[in-house]
Design a protein around this ligand. Structure first.
Ligand code: HSE
Length: 314
């Protein structure tokens, strides 16, 4: 334990958009908005947290903080005593907007723990995904947050697994972020226990097509992003989001609810169509939407030990 004291790691984790329409709890895309964290191991029992950026007013600054809990989960799993933690977080992932902020916090904690435990316990990709999924509940946000790009995530006999795929360069994501938040728990409470089998078949066909659309045939993105398993059930909780998705789709844009909402993800075919989609968003609902013209993040979360130690001492 003593050898970890004072060790500092820098962590960077991307935003993610889960579901992508038909790929409920399965598909996710990493996007170029980032949480950046500096994590230092202190004497056990101390917790010092500074948060700036998105969600800074609501994020707990004690041991209940999700990044700290995620670090603690990895240390407990490894059988190593949890050090105290100094955490400085600059959050660029919009909070509570369906862009994977909690998955990013979990991925950041797991990566920080990996960095702090370097040379003591080795954590491979499978262990990172398993630990992050244990905390997050489903792997569709944590897989792209950890590994980047487009991921297919599933849980099999060997636990959570993922497959990373590269996205066709003709795909230009636009995220439309409203001022209000939506809780994933509330959105999940609207899901029915059973769905009609024709809707299940519909989504199987669209999600299979979506893999082709995102990797080689962007021209079929509109059909490929259609969904019957979650968006309509959740629409009453976010009517403005639902209206915008319908309006954009009626104009030919591959628009979907991002994760559990309320942001909208539009998979455009170039910069010009992103501007046009943002213009439509300005016109069709009463909600102001902040357009974020992002890129697909291909790298995923990173962790690096800082040679010179923490940026300031407490
Ligand atoms: N697949 C999840 C959902 C993503 O839609 O509920 C949000 O965590």
């Amino acid at each position: 334990m003593t050898s970890l004291l004072g060790r500092t790691v820098d962590v960077r984790v991307p935003a993610t958009s889960a579901n992508l329409g038909p790929g409920f709890d399965t598909l996710g895309l990493a996007l170029s908005m980032y949480d950046e964290l500096e994590v230092t191991a202190l004497e056990p029992g101390r917790v010092e947290i500074e948060v700036s950026g998105s969600g800074a007013e609501e994020i707990p600054v004690d041991a209940s903080n999700l990044v700290v809990r995620s670090i603690a989960h990895v240390f407990a799993d490894a059988g190593v005593e949890m050090p105290g933690i100094r955490l400085i977080a600059r959050n660029g992932v919009p909070h509570g907007r369906g862009l994977g902020s909690s998955g990013a916090a979990v991925a950041a904690g797991v990566l920080a723990a990996k960095g702090l435990l370097e040379g003591v316990v080795e954590l491979d990709d499978a262990a990172l995904l398993r630990l992050a999924t244990e905390l997050e509940g489903h792997p569709d946000n944590v897989a792209p947050a950890l590994f980047g790009s487009l991921t297919i995530a599933w849980t099999g006999e060997r636990g959570p697994q993922h497959k990373k795929l590269l996205v066709h360069r003709g795909v230009s994501p636009l995220v439309l972020v409203p001022g209000y938040t939506m809780s994933t728990k509330a959105a999940r409470s609207l899901q029915p226990e059973h769905v009609p089998s024709e809707d299940a078949v519909f989504n199987v066909s669209r999600s299979a097509l979506l893999i082709a659309a995102l990797t080689q045939s962007p021209e079929v993105l509109l059909d490929a992003t259609d969904d019957r398993l979650h968006q309509d059930y959740r629409a009453p909780a976010m009517p403005e989001t639902s209206r915008l998705v319908r309006a954009l789709r009626a104009e030919g844009f591959a628009a979907v609810v991002s994760g559990a909402g309320p942001s909208v993800l539009v998979l455009c075919d170039g910069p010009g169509s992103r501007l046009e989609a943002a213009r439509i968003a300005d016109e069709v609902t009463d909600t102001p939407w902040i357009p974020r013209m992002v890129a697909v993040d291909v790298r995923g979360g990173t962790v690096r030990e800082r040679a010179e130690g923490p940026s300031s001492q407490s």
